[in-house]
Design a protein around this ligand. Structure first.
Ligand SMILES: C[S@@+](CC[C@H](N)C(=O)[O-])C[C@H]1O[C@@H](n2cnc3c(N)ncnc32)[C@H](O)[C@@H]1O
Ligand SMILES: COc1cc(-c2oc3cc(O)cc(O)c3c(=O)c2O)cc(OC)c1O
Length: 362
């Protein structure tokens, strides 16, 4: 009897392990289905209706081939299981979850463009399928292994891809700026500042939100010439766009903002860049500071851990290492960078999902 129980337990364990591996084997299906729904504009259609049956959806998709209509409930079931839609059995209808509503185009906090960027073959298929080659060759990143140039040069040479990347980053900045500017914990952050440079500020989404919220704060968006483009030299109210390389010259200001910049660079490059930032701000006594918005890798063993967020941080670490020759950092690794660059003190003020605000002082 005991022997039979043992055999049954072993078989159950084996089946559980097999289910886990099937989940990994087929994990590509979920993002492909979400991409399909986004491309068919299902989130935008659902937004207009609020709640929809499959028949409503079919009526809103005139280009759908009639022979494929039976796939729609299958697609919707995946979206429901992915936590993007709710299904109300009583009325046989679908509605958004909060996460699903982030896929609607033109919503203030839409992550649609970031999702489409993540599905772009330029960054996913090729570099990720050359991962094992990259581990064996002497090129700095899997991106270089695939394209023979860095991500930043690729963006400059391929403007269409460059704007897909900039739009993805801008969508993150839109959501982030809402959290940042309205956060009680961050009320003090802009106090006493009269000028601020958003270094690597992309197309200016975050700086624009700050400039609007603090009309007496003069803000500069600083980025590479191909990103600043036609905005170069344009000043609108308290917002100005300046083109250049942050490794050469950074405009002088009370404070410098670095959002999702340092995680793109090696420790050596970060120290160089942080030293450049120090040269462009006043002393701590005169209010000088650098505000780093970036990932601080959480320790799995700490209390109140959000496992989904930690996993996202670990995935981003893989992306940064293989695609950009960079990395995500723990609190200890950040501290070492700041001290190596000659800063005297730092404060991790708040965290916003996977990202934190770190204020560093000369
Ligand atoms: C990951 S994006 C972050 C954009 C923006 N800070 C945000 O969070 O939305 C990195 C930015 O750094 C810019 N960048 C890369 N190298 C640069 C350089 N040498 N000087 C100035 N900006 C640079 C890129 O063009 C890009 O806009
Ligand atoms: C959040 O800051 C950055 C994110 C990314 C980035 O990069 C990739 C790369 C990839 O191969 C697949 C992906 O899905 C993604 C992303 O979703 C994503 O957000 C890139 C950055 O700089 C180049 C970031 O700073």
């Amino acid at each position: 009897m005991a022997k039979n129980e043992n055999i049954r337990a072993d078989l159950e364990q084996l089946l559980q392990a097999e289910a886990q591996t099937w989940d990994y084997i087929l994990s590509f299906v979920r993002p492909s289905c979400i991409r399909c729904a986004v491309e068919l504009r299902i989130p935008d259609i659902l937004r207009k209706h609020g709640i929809m049956t499959i028949s409503d959806l079919v009526a809103s998709l005139p280009n759908l081939n009639p022979s494929k209509i039976s796939f729609l409930p299958v697609l919707m079931r995946i979206l429901v299981h992915s936590g993007l839609l709710n299904y109300q059995k009583e009325v046989d209808s679908y509605s958004f979850t909060t996460a699903g509503s982030l896929l609607i185009e033109n919503e203030p906090f839409s992550k649609r463009s970031h999702f489409l960027f993540s599905q772009n073959p330029v960054i996913t298929l090729k570099p990720f399928s050359s991962l094992s080659h990259w581990l064996q060759d002497d090129l700095p990143t899997a991106f270089d292994t695939t394209y023979g140039k860095s991500m930043w040069d690729y963006c400059a040479d391929e403007p269409k891809f460059g704007s897909i990347f900039n739009d993805a980053m801008a969508s993150d900045s839109k959501l982030f700026s809402h959290l940042f500017i309205n956060s009680e914990q961050c009320k003090h952050v802009f106090e006493g500042l009269t000028s601020l440079v958003d270094v690597g500020g992309g197309t200016g989404t975050l700086a624009m939100a700050i400039a609007n919220a603090f009309p007496r704060l003069n803000c500069i968006v600083f980025d590479l010439p191909h990103v600043i483009g036609d905005r170069k030299g344009i000043t609108t109210g308290n917002l100005e766009f300046v083109a250049g390389s942050m490794f050469d010259n950074i405009p002088y200001a009370n404070a410098i903002l670095l959002k999702f910049i340092l995680h793109n660079w090696s420790d050596e490059d970060c120290v160089k860049l942080l030293k450049k930032c120090r040269e462009s701000i006043p002393s701590k006594e005169k209010g000088g500071k650098v505000m780093v918005i970036d990932i601080v890798i959480e320790d799995y063993s700490s209390n109140n851990i959000n496992e989904q967020l930690v996993q996202v941080q670990h995935f981003m670490d893989v992306i940064m290492r293989i695609s950009y020759g960079a990395k995500e950092r723990t609190k200890t690794e950040w501290e070492k960078l700041f001290l190596d660059a000659g800063f005297s003190d730092y404060k991790i003020t708040a965290n916003f999902g996977m990202r934190s605000l770190i204020e560093i002082y000369p």
